[in-house]
Design a protein. Structure first.
Length: 145
């Protein structure tokens, strides 16, 4: 059911933890399943993501997608990080079962929420970044669980 990469990132999550005094912190939840993800970003003066950590209170697919998402945004610019969509994360993981696709939205939204927090703290506007949702289930399509 799950690809080897998903299992690997689930069993050995990369960048798990938190960053003290992070440049930006974002927390996103899914009210339907109750899962929560928090993303911490350390962004330098050039707008490059030097470090990223996450904490996920959620299912295995949420853990694996957050882990892969942190790997994909680390060392990237803010603009590049915005291109790390849930689809890009899923591709990097060799796919997710259809009923688990919504879990990957948590990672995307958590990155956006952390970037939003960073922008607010610094009084800047990040082009292309929309105010993130705190609950991703609002935008989920009707699905059978
Ligand atoms: Fe809730 Fe996966 S079941 S995020």
């Amino acid at each position: 059911m799950y690809s080897e990469k998903v299992m690997d990132h689930f069993k050995n999550p990369r960048n798990m933890g938190e960053i003290e005094n992070a440049s930006g912190v974002g927390t996103v939840g899914n009210a339907k399943c109750g899962d929560i993800m928090r993303m911490f970003l350390d962004i330098d003066d050039n707008g490059v993501i030097q470090d990223v950590k996450f904490k996920t209170f959620g299912c295995g697919a949420a853990v694996a997608t957050s882990s892969m998402a942190t790997e994909l945004v680390k060392g990237k610019t803010i603009k590049e990080a915005l291109e790390v969509t849930n689809k890009a994360v899923m591709e990097a993981l060799d796919g997710l079962p259809p009923v688990k696709v919504h879990c990957s939205l948590l990672a995307e939204e958590a990155i956006h929420a952390a970037l939003w927090d960073y922008a607010e703290k610094n009084g800047i506007k990040i082009e292309g970044l929309e105010k993130p949702k705190s609950d991703i289930s609002e935008e989920e399509e009707e699905e059978d669980y």
